[in-house]
Design a protein around this ligand. Sequence first.
Ligand code: NDP
Length: 368
Amino acid sequence: MDLGRRDLLLSAAAVVAGSSTVARAATDRPLGYAIVGLGTYGLGVIIPQFANCTHSRLAAVVSGDAAKAKRVAAEHGLPDRSVYSYATFDSIRDNPDVDIVYVCLPNSMHVEYTVRAARAGKHVMCEKPMAVSVAECETMIAACKAAGRKLMIGYRCHFEPFNLEAMRLARTGAAGKIRYVRSEHGFVQRDPSVWRLKRALAGGGSLMDMGIYSLQAARYMTGEEPVAVTARESTDRRDPRFTEVEDIIEWTLEFPSGAIAGCQSMYSANQNHVLLMGDQGRIELEPATRYDGNHMWLGKDGREREIMPPPGSGKTQFAGQLDHLAQCVRSGAEPIVSGEEGLRDMRIIAAIYRSAREGRTIRLDGRA
Ligand code: NDP
């Protein structure tokens, strides 16, 4: 090829590449998140994760503590106009840097800030549990739908490599026909003054906070929706920590295939475990749903072998979660853990509490 023609081709390719780079730059601008509630999770876990994101960035903070908010904003190079209090939160509608509001507040505040965010024209990531009642979940879904905005729940395990691999193994029959799932989640809650032990803020006890991981695991490991639940609670009401909410609660879920799940949560023991038993083997995770350090085994033919998830994108579960919503906003796709997914859990949670209260099995499939 003579040089003139080669140069022409190269420069034409450069123009195409250049224009696609410009086009990509416009559509790939990382979306801006406002973190609402600068507590253990929002400030301590989520904000540092933007460093691992490709499609998301920190754009604003919302806090009741002005000094903390100012300090965090300064540390992350945010302008003063991107610092909000709960009182000034609604003016976030005028901030073009903010695309998504991430609600990291106590559970009973999720509904208010999700609705206000949607009304301000922002997409919403809301922490688990989605809210404290079925009615609140429905209000949140309706508000985001009315505003034409996405709603996603912070179910990080759907982006966690071990749990993803466990789901894949379960779906591809690595343990045979699924017969039984066990899952227990809990930790020792020592301080009686925390909001997690106040019904008005938490909506319930260990089930709302940790049991939701057991419930989620039962659903994503079987890939089925339960048709009935039977629950039992054990709480020492003389213990000052448990005057308002439950300590231990256990429940059995029945699935259409005949599989059952035995789940537990507690605030008086440390436990983090998921086990699936099939007619040809078992998949076990322990710890199962931690931020890191999870382990998994596949048991088959009388032998147990440790399973490592396949090398992934290198993203953490948190960055995967944050970027997923950003990409859904860009593409118009529904998040894999949408508001409807949070609502499904809340319906089951309501039935678990009702079953424990009334001492009987509650059907979830409308049958008597
Ligand atoms: P924290 O108590 O550590 O933080 C909550 C923050 O909310 C506070 O720091 C405060 O932020 C703000 N807040 C506003 N009003 C109140 C109030 N009345 N009482 C207490 N805090 C208030 O809780 P977490 O960060 O641990 O939990 C927040 C949410 O995140 C919960 O829904 C929880 O279930 C969820 N979570 C999820 C996890 C996961 O792995 N997905 C892990 C941990 C929590 P400020 O001072 O800025 O106003």
